[in-house]
Design a protein around this ligand. Sequence first.
Ligand SMILES: Nc1nc2c(ncn2[C@@H]2O[C@H](COP(=O)(O)OP(=O)(O)OP(=O)(O)O)[C@@H](O)[C@H]2O)c(=O)[nH]1
Ligand SMILES: [Mg+2]
Length: 326
Amino acid sequence: MSGSTRAMTALIRARDRAAIARAVSMAERGDAEVRQLLEMLAGDPRRAYRIGITGPPGSGKSTLTMQLIRQLRGAKQSLGVIAVDPSSPFSGGALLGDRVRMSDVAADEDVFIRSMAARGALGGLAPAIADAADIFDAAGFDCVLIESVGVGQNELDIARATDTVLVVLTPESGDDVQVTKAGIMEIADIFVLNKDDRPGGDVIHAALGEMIDLQRQSRLVDSWAIPIVRTVAQEGSGVETLCAAIFEHRAFQERTHALAARRSRRTLERVKRLVQSRLEHELWSEERLHRLERELASEAASQQSAHGIAEQLFADFWQRRGPESS
Ligand SMILES: Nc1nc2c(ncn2[C@@H]2O[C@H](COP(=O)(O)OP(=O)(O)OP(=O)(O)O)[C@@H](O)[C@H]2O)c(=O)[nH]1
Ligand SMILES: [Mg+2]
């Protein structure tokens, strides 16, 4: 264990901004050193509450996140914020970081905001987000907010990384709701109907309400009733109600022990993913790949099925790993 890693853990625990920034950059790059760092920080009993903000491009996630930051600061919560900025800013909205720099939040010592690029590190963004959230955890922040645009895999990644998921829709999201019905019902803990200053809100409100009712009928036990909170993020209206809904969801999950279950499921997924990428890395060494290529080019390979070759390779891998690892 290097001395600098040890020094860094102390700085992170003291919420040193430069150290936190450095550690998050390491997580983003997938540095091996971050593994050591997180192992050393693991004993800390703190548990930040993790809130995900997702939804279609341009639905107002960053605007809303800014408002949530203000509201949560009013409730004396210290905050670590991760904004997964889209790689192409097609929504016309400002990036969260830019927005913050121009606001009162910029000088607030109890808010730490970090952008991550959506293209991200090798193996996707999910591991980097999870590590960054752990770093914020160790720094003793009360809440971690994660904003990420909800397209494809991103949406699921956010849901897996957080304790409460806000799905931000707008009166214009009607088609999105129809198309991704099952997907958003699966991940949403709270629906936010933003841009409620525009017409059409009632229609989507009714559609969402119907989906929520249907889902509840199919559950036997008392399940969480997904609320729909209507907001105008630009003006901050509805944000207080949204915050109350988040705290309510948290209390519900604590009361029903769903939070502990959710967190251990999250750890399981994460461990599986880590083991999987480690296996992949070790299995496909350059040497083994070359050997396989040579084998396949040979005459003998034409006599074998792909299944047979894979079987042999796998057996060979375990045999070689065996003596040194047991
Ligand atoms: N009319 C109206 N416009 C809003 C509201 N909230 C946000 N906007 C505007 O919608 C645009 C997009 O807002 P962002 O907060 O950047 O949206 P986003 O979901 O973070 O966008 P991406 O991160 O790029 O997906 C901006 O021009 C906002 O000013 C609202 O409640 N009403
Ligand atoms: Mg945004």
